[in-house]
Design a binder for this molecule. Structure first.
Ligand SMILES: Nc1ccn([C@@H]2O[C@H](COP(=O)(O)OP(=O)(O)OP(=O)(O)O)[C@@H](O)[C@H]2O)c(=O)n1
Ligand SMILES: C[C@](O)(CO)[C@H](O)COP(=O)(O)O
Length: 396
C-alpha cells in the first residue's frame, strides 16, 4: 500500500515538564531557539509538510497561556489536547482526540516537540514506510561500542552493536492499529517510553528507516548549545579584486565613487563612467565568482547608456545578500594625477557605504599618482583598483 489518498495526522507531544533541563524560565518546548520557540519550530515543519493533513499538539493545561502566545494559525492545526502524567498517556490522549473527531486519519505520526530539527524528508520516509509495513521508526545505527554495566558501573557485557539502534521520532503507524495497541498498553504494567515499543508489545510490525543525526531530542541544557550551533550557517571569507580604466574626454566634471567632482575633463564611457564604482562592483563579482560587470550590464545594451553606476554596485551587493553573504570591507585606490582626490575621499566613502549598504568604517578610499609616468601620468585618464572582503555561507 502507498501513502496516496491516505489521510495523515501528526500528534506532537509537548506536555512534558522538561525536568532534566534543570531550572528554566519556561519549559524547554517554549524556550527560544534562534529567536523562535522550540514548539513553534516543530509544529511549523509539520504544517509546511505537504504530506501532512492535520497537526494535533498535546500540551499541559498549565502551559495553555504559553501555547496561546505562540499565536500559531493554520487550517491544518487542530486545537490542542491536554496531556497526561507520562509521555505514553499524552500520546493516548492525542490518539483518542483523533478517534473522536469526524476525520480520524489512516496514518498517524507521533513526534516529540523537543525534536525541532525534524526534516520534511524524514516525515515523508516514515509515512511511506508506515503505509507499506504498518509501522515505521526512524533510528540511528549505533556507531560506538556498546556496553552493559551493573548498578556499580562495572562492565558486565558488550552487546553486538550491529543489531542496536537509537530511536527517534516521528514514529508512524496505521492509526487504528496503534490506537488499539495504546489503549491496551494503558492497562498493562509496563511504562513505555516510545510508541514503537507499544507496537512491538502488541506484535505490530515496525520498519526502521534511517534517522537523521540532526533530529536529536533537546533533553539537557547542553542540548540547547548544540541546537543553537545547528542553526548557525558556517561562513567562509573570500577576497575579490577589481581593476578598471576610463579615458578623459572634453567635459567639466568626473563622477567618482558616486559623487560629482568638478574637473577640466570628464570620463568617457557607456554609463556615467564612474571608474571607482565599476572597480568595486567587479571586485564583488570576483569574490562571488559571479562573472563581471560587462556580463551583467553589457555595453551593447542601450538601457545602460549614461546609467548611474550605483545601479551596478547595488546589483552586486544584492546578489551577495541573496546568497546570505555580507560585505566585510572594501579598499579602493584611485590612480590619477588630477583631479586631486584627497578632499573628496570622505564624501566618496559616505556615498559608497550608502550604496553598498555597509557602515562607513568598512569603506576605504585612497589615491595615488604614477609619478607622471604612463597614461595616468600624462593625465589621459583615471585607473582604479579595489579589493573586497566578503563572508558567504559555505556551499562546497
Ligand atoms: N507527560 C509528558 C511527558 C513528556 N511529553 C513530551 O514528550 C517528549 C519527549 O519527552 P522528554 O524529552 O522526556 O520531555 P520531558 O518529559 O519534558 O523531559 P524530562 O523527562 O526531562 O522531564 C517531549 O516533547 C515532551 O514534552 C509529554 O507530552 N507528556
Ligand atoms: C520517543 C523518544 O524520543 C525516542 O527516543 C524518547 O524515548 C522520548 O523521550 P523520553 O526521555 O524517553 O521520555
Amino acid at each position: 500500500m502507498t501513502r496516496q489518498n491516505q489521510k495523515v495526522a501528526v500528534i506532537i507531544v509537548a506536555a512534558g515538564a522538561g525536568r532534566r533541563m534543570g531550572e528554566t524560565s519556561v519549559p524547554k518546548q517554549y524556550h527560544m531557539l534562534g529567536g523562535v520557540p522550540v514548539l513553534s519550530r516543530t509544529i511549523k515543519t509539520f504544517l509546511d509538510a505537504p504530506t501532512i493533513d492535520q497537526v494535533l499538539p498535546i500540551i499541559s493545561a498549565e502551559h495553555q497561556h504559553l501555547f496561546d502566545a505562540l499565536n500559531l494559525q493554520s487550517a491544518k492545526l487542530l486545537s490542542p489536547t491536554y496531556g497526561g502524567a507520562e509521555r505514553q498517556a499524552s500520546v493516548l490522549n492525542g490518539l483518542q482526540t483523533l478517534a473522536n473527531s469526524n476525520h480520524a486519519p489512516d496514518i498517524v505520526l507521533i513526534h516529540d516537540a523537543a525534536r525541532p530539527f525534524v526534516s520534511a524528508n524524514l516525515i515523508a520516509a516514515t509515512i511511506d514506510a508506515a503505509a507499506q509495513f504498518g509501522g515505521a521508526l526512524p533510528a540511528l545505527q549505533v556507531t560506538d561500542t556498546l556496553k552493559q554495566a551493573s548498578a556499580e558501573q562495572m562492565v558486565t557485557h558488550t552487546p553486538d552493536r550491529t543489531t542496536h539502534y537509537l530511536a527517534q521520532t516521528p514514529q508512524a503507524f496505521r492509526f487504528k492499529d496503534i490506537l488499539d495497541a495504546h489503549q491496551k498498553a494503558a492497562t498493562a504494567d509496563n511504562l513505555f517510553t516510545d510508541d514503537a515499543s507499544i507496537a512491538e508489545w502488541a506484535d505490530l510490525p515496525v520498519k526502521i528507516v534511517p534517522g537523521e543525526p540532526n533530529n536529536f531530542k533537546i533533553t539537557i541544557a547542553e542540548d540547547f548549545k548544540r541546537a543553537e550551533m545547528a542553526l548557525t550557517t558556517p561562513m567562509e571569507t573570500r577576497v575579490g579584486t577589481g581593476f578598471d580604466v576610463h579615458a578623459f574626454e572634453p567635459g567639466d566634471h568626473v563622477t567618482l565613487g558616486g559623487i560629482q567632482i568638478p574637473h577640466s575633463a570628464k570620463l568617457k564611457g557607456h554609463s556615467d563612467a564612474d571608474v571607482a564604482l565599476h572597480t568595486i562592483t567587479d571586485a564583488l563579482y570576483g569574490a562571488m565568482a559571479d562573472g563581471d560587470i560587462g556580463q551583467h550590464f553589457p555595453p551593447s545594451e542601450m538601457e545602460w547608456h549614461q546609467a548611474d553606476s550605483a545601479i551596478f554596485l547595488e546589483h552586486a551587493v544584492s546578489r551577495l545578500q541573496q546568497r546570505g553573504g555580507r560585505l566585510v570591507h572594501l579598499d579602493l585606490t584611485l590612480i590619477c594625477e588630477a583631479p586631486k582626490i584627497g578632499p573628496h575621499c570622505q564624501p566618496m566613502r559616505e556615498r559608497i557605504a550608502q550604496i553598498a549598504d555597509v557602515s562607513i568604517s568598512r569603506v576605504s578610499v585612497k589615491a595615488t599618482t604614477t609619478e607622471q609616468l604612463g597614461f595616468t601620468g600624462r593625465k589621459e585618464g583615471i585607473a582604479a583598483q579595489a579589493a573586497v572582503t566578503i563572508e558567504v555561507p559555505v556551499k562546497d
